[in-house]
Design a protein around this ligand. Structure first.
Ligand code: ZN
Length: 460
């Protein structure tokens, strides 16, 4: 059992905030806090009498050993673990590459492709990049990351690449959703690879989620601009066979332009024809969508992922998040990959989402941005146990220290999580009831080793 005591505020979900103690046991939330009396003060007067800290000296393996651990959260806001619904972890090894900023997609793609070829798209590089990306995520509060992996050299051992990435995430204690993507891959090869990855990593599992909930598999062509109808259909068949979620990207401007050029139609028309506007599909980006398309998207039951930290630097514009939400489309948040975003800090992008929303519609409130980065993303992954802290939820928790000068003078500590202290990191992070980041440090690995390993492989 792990008890987090004396929190200034506990964000249970979009509609509920409490104060006091949060109790985790057996990898799930048992009970959380008492009603907030309305003051924003650091009230732990209602905490249990045994809540007087133990902090850094306590054990890391309480969930497995049955040891009772107490984490002192006085001066802290507690939130659900963040869910990064759209990343390309491989790109973590390829950030700020020359020739990839302020250039059209037609130039970005071959530049990134050349850099990949130079480093080698091997299990070893994929693992090193995934370790970096997953570690960066955990250290910034991301307890679940969806990795839309798009780099699959023809003829390569794709199961080995997938296994390398999934092992990397597991070694740090983070949850991973590994999306067998495709970008101009041969359709038959992509489908056979997806089938092989499912058989190897989740044998005998229907629904695409491991028994311990730490690994989920999904499929995802990069978009209609890169993949054919056959790829969408064949990967869709793999998904249907195994009960996997489907993910793709649509309606960045380039996607729209290429769809019009190649097919004389808009991307969503194609996705609809190809059977990819459905409730098990999540679409990232959605920058250039019309009002009519928003209505169609809502009717189809798809969910969306907002990725402003990619869309803005790539010049794709600002997705109409408030209009999507107003149409009752479930919207999550993702960073997208290091090739466009350069950072995997989801709360930084939640802040960016709030900053740019008023340019294209109504403002986005901090609590809504946090909900997108938690329950919204989890909904798009088909994971109702993630992204909230109601009793029975997965015990994925971030503890954010708001007692420093960057939070002094903050009247609303939940809004302050995003508005104050950009780039903040959580003091402690818990996944499935186990502490994986303690006092700003990874528990299961040394940050310096992870960085040095990637540097040794790719020179960065
Ligand atoms: Zn993306």
């Amino acid at each position: 059992m792990l008890t987090i005591t004396g929190a200034t505020r506990i964000v249970i979900d979009e509609n509920t905030e409490r104060v006091g103690d949060l109790v985790l046991d057996g990898g799930v939330v048992v009970a959380g806090g008492i009603p907030n009396d309305g003051s924003n003060s650091n009230s732990n007067s209602n905490s249990n009498s045994n809540s007087s800290s133990s902090g850094a000296s306590s054990r890391d393996d309480s969930a497995r050993s049955g040891i009772n651990e107490i984490l002192d959260a006085s001066g802290c806001v507690v939130t659900p673990g963040l869910v990064n619904a759209h990343h390309h972890l491989f790109q973590s090894a390829f950030r700020t590459m020359p020739g990839t900023r302020g250039v059209p997609m037609a130039q970005w793609l071959p530049t990134m492709g050349a850099a990949y070829a130079d480093a080698g798209i091997t299990p070893e590089v994929a693992a090193a990049a995934a370790l970096v990306g997953t570690a960066e995520g955990l250290l910034s509060g991301v307890t679940t990351v969806a990795d839309h992996h798009l780099a699959w050299p023809s003829g390569s051992d794709t199961v080995a690449i997938a296994r390398a990435v999934t092992d990397a995430a597991r070694s740090l204690g983070g949850r991973l959703v590994f999306v067998r993507g495709s970008a101009r891959d041969d359709p038959q090869e992509a489908a056979a690879s997806a089938e092989a990855i499912v058989s190897a990593l989740l044998p005998g599992v229907h629904g695409g989620i491991s028994a311990d909930g730490m690994l989920q598999l999904a499929v995802g062509p990069a978009g209609v601009h890169s993949d054919s109808r056959e790829t969408f259909e064949l990967l869709g068949e793999v998904a249907a066979r195994h009960g996997l979620r489907r993910r793709t990207q649509a309606n960045e401007q380039v996607d729209v332009v290429i769809a019009l050029e190649r097919y004389g139609r808009r991307p969503l028309d194609l996705l609809e024809d190809w059977g990819w506007l459905a409730p098990d599909v999540t679409i990232a980006h959605l920058c250039a969508v019309t009002d009519d398309e928003i209505v169609r998207l809502a009717a189809s039951g798809i969910s969306a992922t907002h990725a402003p930290g990619c869309d803005l630097p790539m010049g794709w514009g600002i997705a109409p998040v408030m209009a999507l939400r107003a149409a009752d489309i479930s919207v999550g948040l993702g960073t997208s990959g290091g090739g466009s975003n350069d950072a995997g800090h989801l709360f930084a992008d939640a802040r960016l989402a709030m900053q740019v929303a008023p340019l294209v519609g109504p403002p986005l409130e901090a609590r809504d941005a946090i909900a997108m980065a938690t329950a919204g993303s989890a909904a798009g992954l088909g994971r109702p146990e993630l992204g909230h802290l109601r009793a029975g939820a997965a015990a994925d928790v971030c503890i954010w220290d708001v007692s420093g000068v960057a939070d002094a003078g903050v009247a609303d500590p939940v809004a302050g999580l995003l508005w104050a202290s950009p780039g903040r990191r959580p003091r402690h992070v818990i996944v499935a009831g186990r502490v994986v980041v303690r006092d700003y440090q990874l528990v299961d690995a040394d940050e310096a080793d992870i960085t040095a390993h990637l540097h040794a492989l790719v020179g960065r």
